[in-house]
Design a protein around this ligand. Sequence first.
Ligand SMILES: [Zn+2]
Ligand SMILES: [Zn+2]
Ligand SMILES: [Zn+2]
Ligand SMILES: [Zn+2]
Length: 317
Amino acid sequence: MAPGGGACKEVVKSVPTIADYDVGTTKSESSPTATRSSVTVGFIGKQEVHSNNGVYELLECPLCKTLMYPPIHQCPNGHTLCMNCKIRVHNCCPSCRYDLGNIRCLALEKFAESLEFPCKYQSLGCHNIFPYYSKLKHEQHCRFRPYNCPYAGSDCSVTGDIPTLIAHLKDDHKVDMHDGCTFNHRYVKSNPHEVENATWMLTVFNCFGKQFCLHFEAFQIGMAPVYMAFLRFMGDDNEAKTFSYSLEVGANGRKLIWQGIPRSIRDSHRKVRDSQDGLIIQRNLALFFSGGDRQELKLRVTGRIWKEELELQNKTV
Ligand SMILES: [Zn+2]
Ligand SMILES: [Zn+2]
Ligand SMILES: [Zn+2]
Ligand SMILES: [Zn+2]
């Protein structure tokens, strides 16, 4: 019989998965490439873990099908398992039902260290190749990693590069697209007292060859119903910061003005909203701006997007 005890009962409960192994701290990253004999594994396609390549199969956890990182565990009969699954199956080998004990598969860990893999966003344009243990860390920040759909009205799971998302917003969400860096937008809602049915609207602006999402919605800050308008940039944060925008809303000689910097769509819609990084209009004021009998919301939001360096150049000319 195998050491470490006999067969165990099958107990598979879902427990919260523990944090990903911090691949940045492995010594493979600091060891010079030149001293290691490396194997570069090429592949085409997005879903590397489903690749038929034998190396992938070896490093793939048989239970959760994700790539394994140290500590890689094995049962007394040699079946490997990732750290998260070891906890999930309560130390019982899912292949042979033997107690897993606490055996590390050092040979596989060492073997993995000698491998180099292309970034998993290769098909999206990243041509970098990484040692196995620094690949994950890179992929978390790879500038080619897909963006989430910026539409806020539903839980949309579509991801992709910017051109894919623009087509998706047009075709699937029927979002309004506008060309130009200034806008003048009217928001009308007949029963503005129902904040629960959150009013949200998305308009996309095309300017400077880039796309910006103008969000408008109703929600509550504490007990106070408010409307909020803010801009998100369809691209990464470092580029978002090169733009500024202003929003104005008002009527009857009163005006609210907001000036801000668009947030990258890498920041979720909710995160931006909750940080209140935009033009916030209290409902009472919004109804006042709407005029009439306060039964209908009629807001005219005007705005402008500009590029900071261009603005500076214009001023110095
Ligand atoms: Zn697993
Ligand atoms: Zn086993
Ligand atoms: Zn990459
Ligand atoms: Zn979507």
